[in-house]
Design a protein around this ligand. Structure first.
Ligand SMILES: Nc1ncnc2c1ncn2[C@@H]1O[C@H](COP(=O)(O)OP(=O)(O)OP(=O)(O)O)[C@@H](O)[C@H]1O
Length: 422
């Protein structure tokens, strides 16, 4: 016989067991849900968290899991985004932020820019500040404006591209900051500013012809690395004198990857990228951007170096007029280099620039051919300079010998005169 009390005990026990079971299920369910949500969040953030960075400008760069924009990486390359999946995550599975010294907090940047008071300039991406990092390194800090046309995709493109591209003629990305809803890029500081500033700012000292040739060669080497050295190859899409920066020793570097903006070219949002005055007309008509479109933009920059006329000041009209006679370029040569620039050099450089602007893209030279041609002009200039200084040296040696002989002759004459008077 089962007593009533037994029944109560059994009922209570079953109730407790059932309650414990439900509580456990709820507990583990909530835990599982939280973990899942956490993993989801990590997965969403991983494209940024796994972005590679050079540790304070030196050393190793890591692969990435962030997606690269096809707008700058050449399509059809064997090197697909799959190859990029071997991520930083796999190397640093615990705390991706702990060991990467290229990643900074908003507070670090605030302190380094004296609360964002050291403005260098304003681009379409946002303001750029000069900053002194705790290490003492001087850097340039680009803050992505919240109302900027450049969004997250461009930020990813810039960081992921620059982190795997290293060349002395590209502006190095030193780090970045994603904190307090801000996106900030940290670059090596280029103390001589942009080529556009140097060419068009009347206050500064004019660039010499020699410096212009070196700048042309530096830019071509930077592009050569992007087109022929990088895997997969990269098309810049926004080459212009404002995107060429110069360091303390006037060496030029190409800047602004992934930040090329959608230009409102004809009043409609055409989706064309680049800057008016530098855009390849073939790209405008076909909407196809190739390496030869970068070559076109470089041709425009070469003419800027020769003439110091901005593309927005009818540069192409002057260039087309000058092309009508063999020495027409002499007429548009920047007057600040007249006298120091050999006319043959200017004509040769103009001839390269003309080839870059050829209306049929496949007839434009490759960047390797352009580099070779500029190097030849530079070497010729140097040889000419050396010959002149050698001739100068010779002349001064002859002059001092004549002076010496004159002195000796005077001595002889004086001695003879003394002897005669005795
Ligand atoms: N690494 C750097 N070192 C020194 N100055 C810099 C650096 N990067 C940019 N600047 C300066 O900051 C200013 C803005 O540069 P930014 O690259 O944002 O715009 P931009 O190239 O002039 O224009 P856009 O964004 O329309 O292409 C320029 O005057 C440039 O000289």
């Amino acid at each position: 016989m089962v007593h009533n009390t037994d029944l109560v005990i059994i009922g209570v026990s079953v109730g407790i067991a059932f309650g414990v079971l439900i509580a456990s299920l709820v507990f583990f369910g909530v835990r599982w849900y939280k973990r899942r949500a956490n993993l989801q969040r990590c997965a969403n953030e991983s494209s940024l968290a796994t972005l590679p960075i050079r540790a304070n400008g030196v050393g190793t760069s890591f692969d990435i899991s962030a997606s690269l924009s096809n707008s700058v990486v050449v399509k059809g390359s064997d090197y697909t985004s799959k190859n990029l999946q071997h991520s930083w995550w796999t190397h640093h599975s615990k705390d991706p932020f702990a060991s990467a010294s290229g990643i900074y907090s908003y507070k670090d940047i605030q302190r380094a820019t004296q609360n964002f008071t050291t403005i260098l300039g304003q681009g379409s991406f946002g303001p750029v500040y000069k900053a002194i990092m705790p290490s003492g390194d001087v850097v340039a800090v680009k803050v992505l404006s919240s109302n900027s046309k450049q969004g997250e995709k461009e930020f990813h493109t810039e960081v992921s591209l620059l982190a795997r591209l290293h060349h002395r003629n590209l502006v190095n990305l030193i780090g970045y900051c994603v904190d307090k809803g801000q996106r900030i890029l940290i670059y090596e500081f280029m103390s001589n500013g942009s080529l556009a500033n140097l060419l068009y700012n009347e206050d500064g000292q004019a660039l010499s012809w020699e410096e212009r040739l070196q700048i042309a060669l530096d830019i071509s080497h930077g592009i050569e690395y992007l087109h022929d050295g990088a895997v997969p190859p990269v098309i810049h899409r926004d080459l212009k004198s404002a995107n060429i920066l110069l360091d303390h020793s006037m060496r030029a570097k190409v800047a602004d990857f992934g930040l090329s903006k959608v230009d409102v070219f004809d009043g409609r949002n055409s989706g064309l990228k680049g800057t008016y005055g530098y855009i390849d007309p073939v790209y405008i008509s076909t909407n196809k951007f190739t390496m030869k479109s970068d070559i076109y933009s470089f041709g425009v920059i070469l003419f800027e170096l020769i003439t110091a006329i901005h593309p927005h000041q009818n540069l192409m009209e002057y260039v087309n007029l000058a092309a009508m006679s063999p020495d027409g370029v002499d007429e548009i040569l920047d007057e600040k280099v007249i006298g120091t620039c050999n006319p043959d050099d200017a004509r040769s450089l103009a001839s390269i620039a003309h080839k870059c602007l050829h209306k049929t893209p496949r007839k434009r030279p490759s960047i390797g051919e352009v580099s070779q041609a500029i190097l030849k002009i530079k070497q010729r200039h140097r040889t000419r300079d050396d010959t002149m200084s050698f001739a100068g040296e010779d002349f001064s040696r002859v002059a001092s010998r004549i002076e010496q002989q004159q002195f000796e002759l005077t001595n002889i004459v004086t001695t003879i005169a003394e002897k005669i008077s005795c």
